[in-house]
Design a protein around this ligand. Structure first.
Ligand code: ADP
Ligand code: MG
Length: 686
């Protein structure tokens, strides 16, 4: 589904499930592409009541009652595959808050099956990188949030991150028409798991930032960008292609009440309206071939996406709607926006570049003909299958060398993470292809470990409330309060946490099983291979068997050992594939569990502080959602206590959460310096 020249931006509707779907107002036509909306005319304007106005919108598809997997297939996959070929691409969700944008892009916390487009895209990218062994890929991630025209690096908390330079962050134009964000950290990633780690870190930072700043996270735009570069491993020319894959979760498009909003909310609404309407203008200007100026620079959002919207890249928009009668105005406005966006023409082009320094390995390579390349690849394959003993190059061209590349993945049983090059004669070092190939069949550690190398044990990680209360007069002991909290206010998140744990344990058990299988297969490969070699050595000493034509032939025992070895290797490869998938699932589920646990604790802490530790007057203000007057409570003292607690609990519970704590603490420190007047404490909105 990669766009072809002249095709249009694809726009799909997705409606979130609701018990009160407004059937009489929203109608999906059987063509799967058309939505009709009927709206009662407003009787206050003197029109007869119950008279209906109707609108019809024809788009590229309607996703109603559709699984996350299907959504990925219809929305994401084409753009992801295009990005691997060198086309920039953007998948963007828009619509009112609560319509399912984040569910579509990132997915739910509940379970693995409900993960959204972003985790699936990351999975596909790395899967493809492994499959396409004729190219060397390098993949980087960045994660940008735009809140009130301020750029925020959601991955700034990652260890080793250089930090923003003196000029701060800004969108800058590059030679050749591209744009980049100065000061935005770019993180090299070599596996799906590493990419997911970054995604979760960024999301956590988004939640924390929202929490600490008391801003609503649906009021910001988020752009996760996968930066891909690929070079042919078989052609030694200096060309390479790059692409950006932007996965965008836009701020809620609802118009906030024009009257009644004030302060921060008004400012947010203003910025969001401005950026969304410029987004529309930019896309419409792109659609108008007569216009040579597209107003990209008007807002940070459009500027940052300048090289990735419409025009020469693949763009897919998802219009998320909330199909309840009370939301019909917003639904209409989302559908109108969607149908305007559909007109934009695309003419995707590959971003091809030429490398001035052609030879990255510091060696000179002779160019191979396609036939030679094919022959070498086939030899390598046969070698790995056990049906070829030595890899030879053709004629006088030299010897096949296998050079370490900056490949991806670990312990692959296929030669996808190696460069295969022809070394010039004379420069060739004896490279033991056999050993290299054999070393690719590796043993696997039985249990998934976290980044610090510790094993997670979900059973024993039930969060424990600390024993002693913060104040000695009235508050109940925390451990007791925590139990109450889990049964009442925190029951939903506690339920999700428990469910996630069940899934996690299940996936872990499967991982252990698979690991066992893979290791058994590996042992069998080793012993069969040894037997084969011993047999050959023995036979060699007896002289060769030759056919009537003088061609060497295999005897029966050797043949059966060779076939067995091949079979074992195939089996090993399949099991290894599944193992890798399961590992990714385990690590994903682990993240979900960690995330739920952190949230449970954070919410408990807020609730406890709010309910027992703050003066009545402040409790009342918090309940009403209003900001706290400075000086009313020693806010910073309360914050300091809060974070001391949190740190204690997080570290005891899940040591890998230190970055979470650090990030949160940093954000709050920053906030308390900047926003002393509006700081409303750490009340979670949801
Ligand atoms: P938005 O990001 O647009 O504000 P969310 O993605 O947060 O909206 O969705 C609001 C709620 O609805 C969440 O609880 C989410 O899990 C749920 N939801 C949205 N879309 C779906 C869907 N297609 N299936 C199941 N739940 C959904
Ligand atoms: Mg959202």
């Amino acid at each position: 589904m990669i766009a072809h020249p002249g095709s249009e931006v694809r726009v799909l509707i997705r409606s979130r499930p609701t018990a009160n779907f407004a059937q009489e107002l929203i109608e999906y036509l059987p063509d799967g592409q058309t939505v009709s909306v009927h709206q009662r005319k407003d009787s206050r304007k003197g029109v007869v009541n119950n008279q209906l106005s109707s609108w019809s919108f024809r788009l590229d598809g309607v996703l109603h009652d559709v699984s996350q997997e299907e959504v990925y297939g219809r929305v994401g996959r084409g753009v992801v595959l295009g990005a691997l070929e060198g086309y920039n691409g953007t998948v963007m969700c828009f619509g009112q808050t609560g319509a399912g944008k984040t569910y579509t892009m990132t997915g739910a916390t509940e379970n693995y099956k409900q993960r959204g487009i972003i985790p699936r895209a990351l999975q596909e990218v790395f899967h493809e990188v492994e499959q396409r062994s004729d190219h060397a890929f390098s993949v980087h991630l960045s994660f940008l949030e735009i809140y009130n025209e301020t750029l925020v690096d959601l991955l700034a908390s990652v260890r080793g991150c250089p930090g923003v330079g003196p000029g701060g962050m800004a969108v800058v134009e590059e030679a050749g028409g591209g744009v980049s964000v100065r000061g935005l950290s770019l993180h090299p990633v070599h596996s799906e798991e590493a990419a997911l780690n970054l995604l979760f870190e960024g999301e956590m930072n988004r939640i924390i930032g929202a929490h600490a700043l008391n801003k609503n996270s649906s009021r910001s735009h988020c752009i996760l960008t996968v930066h891909i570069e690929s070079r042919s491993r078989t052609l030694s020319d200096a060309k390479y292609v790059t692409s950006k894959l932007n996965l965008v979760d836009l701020a809620g498009s609802e118009r906030l009440g024009k009257t009644g909003s004030e302060g921060q909310v008004l400012k947010e609404a203003m910025y969001i309206n401005k950026s969304l309407s410029f987004l529309e203008q930019a896309i419409l200007a792109l659609a108008d071939r007569r216009r040579d100026h597209v107003p990209f620079r008007q807002t940070k959002l459009t500027h940052a996406l300048k090289d990735s919207l419409g025009g020469n890249c693949n763009t897919v928009l998802v219009a998320n709607i909330y199909g309840e009668a009370s939301q019909i105005e917003e639904t209409l406005s989302t559908l109108r926006f969607a149908s305007r966006m559909k007109c934009v023409q695309m003419d995707p082009v590959v971003n091809e570049h030429t490398d001035p320094v052609a030879n990255r390995m510091g060696m000179s390579y002779d160019t191979l003909s396609e036939t030679q390349v094919a022959e070498i690849q086939s030899q390598v394959r046969r070698y790995l299958e056990g049906s070829l003993d030595e890899i030879n190059s053709q004629g006088s061209q030299g010897t096949v060398g296998v050079v370490e590349g900056h490949g991806f993945g670990v312990g692959l049983a296929v030669p996808s993470d190696r460069h295969i090059r022809l070394l010039s004669p004379g420069r060739t070092k004896a490279i033991k292809t056999k050993e290299l190939a054999r070393s690719q069949v590796e043993s696997v550690n039985p249990v998934q470990r976290d980044r610090e190398g510790r094993e997670h044990d979900t059973q024993s990680q039930e969060p424990q409330g600390p024993q002693e209360p913060l104040r000695t007069d009235s508050p109940p002991p925390k451990a007791e309060a925590f139990e109450d909290f889990k049964a009442e206010r925190g029951s939903e998140i506690n339920r999700i946490l428990k469910e996630n744990k069940v899934v996690l344990l299940e996936r872990r058990a499967r991982l252990r099983e698979l690991t066992e299988c893979v290791n058994t297969a590996k042992r069998e490969i080793d012993s069969t291979s040894t037997a084969l070699h011993q047999w050959r050595d023995k036979r060699q000493s007896q002289g060769q068997f030759v056919s009537a034509e003088g061609v060497p032939v295999l005897d029966e025992a050797e043949l059966s050992l060779t076939l067995r070895l091949r079979e074992l290797k195939t089996q090993y490869r399949q099991q290894y594939e599944e193992l890798r998938g399961t590992k990714a699932e385990v690590s994903y589920c682990q993240h979900l569990v960690d995330q739920c646990r952190t949230r449970l604790l954070t919410e408990f802490e807020s609730w406890y502080n709010e309910s027992f530790l703050l003066p009545e007057e402040v409790q009342a203000m918090l309940r009403s959602g209003g900001p706290i007057r400075p000086g009313l409570v020693p806010v910073y003292k309360a914050l300091a206590l809060h974070f001391e607690r949190l740190r204690y609990e997080l570290l005891a519970d899940s040591p890998s959460a230190i970055s979470f704590y650090n990030a949160q603490y940093r954000t709050v420190q920053r906030v308390s310096l900047v926003q002393t007047n509006t700081l409303s404490l750490w009340v979670m909105n949801e």
